[in-house]
Write a protein that binds this ligand. Structure first.
Ligand code: XUL
Ligand code: CO
Length: 487
């Protein structure tokens, strides 16, 4: 990447306009030709020096900076892998996670953030965005996802915050234009700022509800501006920590009102992206209203929002709800609500959202077997809502993490495509349900032609089904078949 003075000038000009950055020392680009680490050098300098573009080298490769299973242009079931997988990087984990946890300070310092106090928040936001696009390019990932507040800093007022966001979005748009990268979905961060301590759409305070609405309105506008294919609502604070102080019915009613307004505004904005709700049972609240796919779908149906919203399923959230990721995907698909996937996993030894990269081939095979049987992931994609472990302090670890996650997903897709092509499991399943298509009784029930009286007559006139012989469910045989596809 070469250094270009005009863009640096543009950043300096943008910086001069912002109120938030006014306290920072004036930005100069005099060192624009310097090495990374010097002030101003991050405009166009390389952020991940020494790391090449990651290429496919095949399963026998021992190069950790290469793909062994993800071959973007290779066709699987008539479509290139990149079009099935639609990988996306999450800006928040990739650029904003710093290794800190509830017990410890940050461990992952990024060199382009080192002089943040000197150059100001906005300049660092620009650098992060450039670094992020270098990552997208080097990893060959086509999409990205963001929260409004993780790409741009907050100002002293909502108007200032919106102005800061516009500046970072303008840079992102420019970088998208030159790279062809696209936004999978955008979202508003309605959980970090203390104003949302009691919730956003479910806050007991009407002014907070209004503030959250204004924030979502703007986030939706910038998502549209960036050509986003979706817009996500994850209600991290939309729940409660005790029912003793909570009016559950009012809060849920307000959440529905909020989502109805969002859908109405989306139409007025002529934003074509898919609206998505992301279920999670708890954390940070003790109980989150969008508990899991089934609860969220019931909520959408009750409030007549099911035409406007689909689901963004996250695998680690599924396990927190006591489900498998496959269960959540099947449930969403059964209601025509499968929208997108946050591709991550938890840890069997912990009960919280560890947001790890999914590397288990069996898991990814089951995910892809489910997705392929439902026609893929619709207008969604596979967003790596996953972060490095606290101990992973090298810049290279960002690459290893994504390469392992992408390869695991690619391997799952390859296995699942063979499963679908061979049709063995599908055949066993079809056979298990054959009475619904092969018998008059089954066809009459599904066609709604009979009621309890007719069914009683049928039951009286036939032997007890148990005595007639019910076939085995063959769960163990299913496992043997699956094991032929999962190494
Ligand atoms: C939190 C989570 C969020 C959403 C977007 O558990 O998954 O990052 O994906 O707000
Ligand atoms: Co998520």
């Amino acid at each position: 990447m070469r250094l270009r003075a005009p863009a640096c000038t543009a950043i300096a000009a943008a910086l001069a306009l912002t109120v938030a950055a006014a306290a920072a020392p004036p930005h100069t680009c005099t060192t624009a030709e310097g090495a990374p680490g010097q002030r101003g050098a991050w405009g166009q300098g390389e952020f991940f020096p020494g790391i090449p573009k990651i290429r496919y080298e095949g399963p026998d490769s021992t190069n950790p900076l290469a793909f062994r299973y993800y071959n973007a242009s290779e066709e699987i079931l008539g479509k290139p892998m990149r079009e099935w997988l639609r990988f996306s990087l999450a800006f928040w984990h990739t650029m904003r996670a710093d290794g800190s946890d509830m017990f410890g300070s940050p461990t992952q310092s990024r060199p382009w953030e080192a002089d943040a106090a000197e150059v100001g928040e906005l300049e660092v936001a620009f650098r992060r965005m450039r670094a992020f696009f270098e990552l997208l390019d080097k990893l060959g990932v086509d999409y990205w996802c963001f929260h409004d507040r993780d790409i741009a800093p907050e100002g002293a007022s909502l108007a200032e915050t919106n102005a800061l966001l516009d500046k970072v979005v303008a840079l992102a748009k420019e970088l998208q234009g030159s790279s062809g990268k696209r936004v999978l979905w955008g979202t508003a961060q309605l959980f970090k700022h203390p104003r949302y301590l009691h919730g956003a759409a479910t806050s007991p305070n009407a002014s907070v509800f209004a503030y959250a609405a204004a924030q979502v309105k703007k986030a939706m506008e910038v998502t549209k501006e960036l050509g986003g294919e979706g817009y996500v609502f994850w209600g991290g604070r939309e729940g409660y920590s005790t029912l003793l102080n909570t009016d559950l019915a009012l809060e849920q009613g307000n959440m529905a009102r909020f989502l109805r307004m969002a859908a109405a505004y989306k139409r007025r904005l002529k934003f074509q992206g898919q609206l998505l709700l992301e279920p999670k049972p708890q954390e940070p609240t003790k109980h989150q209203y969008d508990y899991d796919a089934a609860t969220t779908i019931a909520f959408l149906l009750k409030h007549g929002l099911d035409k406007d919203y689909k689901l963004n399923i996250e695998c680690n959230h599924a396990t927190l709800a006591g489900h498998s990721c496959m269960h959540e995907l099947e449930t969403a698909a059964a209601y025509g609500a499968l929208g997108s996937l946050d591709a991550n996993t938890g840890d069997p030894q912990t009960g919280w959202d560890t947001d790890q990269f999914m590397t288990d081939e069996r898991e990814t095979t089951l995910i892809w077997w489910t997705l392929l049987r439902h026609g893929g992931i619709a207008s969604g994609g596979l967003n790596f809502d996953a972060k490095l472990r606290r101990e992973s302090t090298d810049l290279k670890d960002v690459f290893y993490a994504h390469i392992s996650g992408m390869d695991a997903m690619a391997r799952g897709l390859r296995n699942a495509a063979k499963l679908v092509q061979d049709g063995l499991l599908d055949g066993m399943r079809r056979q298990r349900y054959s009475s619904w298509s092969d018998s008059q009784l089954g066809r009459d029930i599904t066609a709604g032609k009979v009621g309890f009286e007719e069914l009683e007559k049928a039951a009286l006139g036939q032997p007890d089904p148990w005595n007639a012989g019910l076939p085995s469910g063959q769960a163990e045989l299913s496992e043997i078949v699956l094991s032929r596809y999962v190494r």
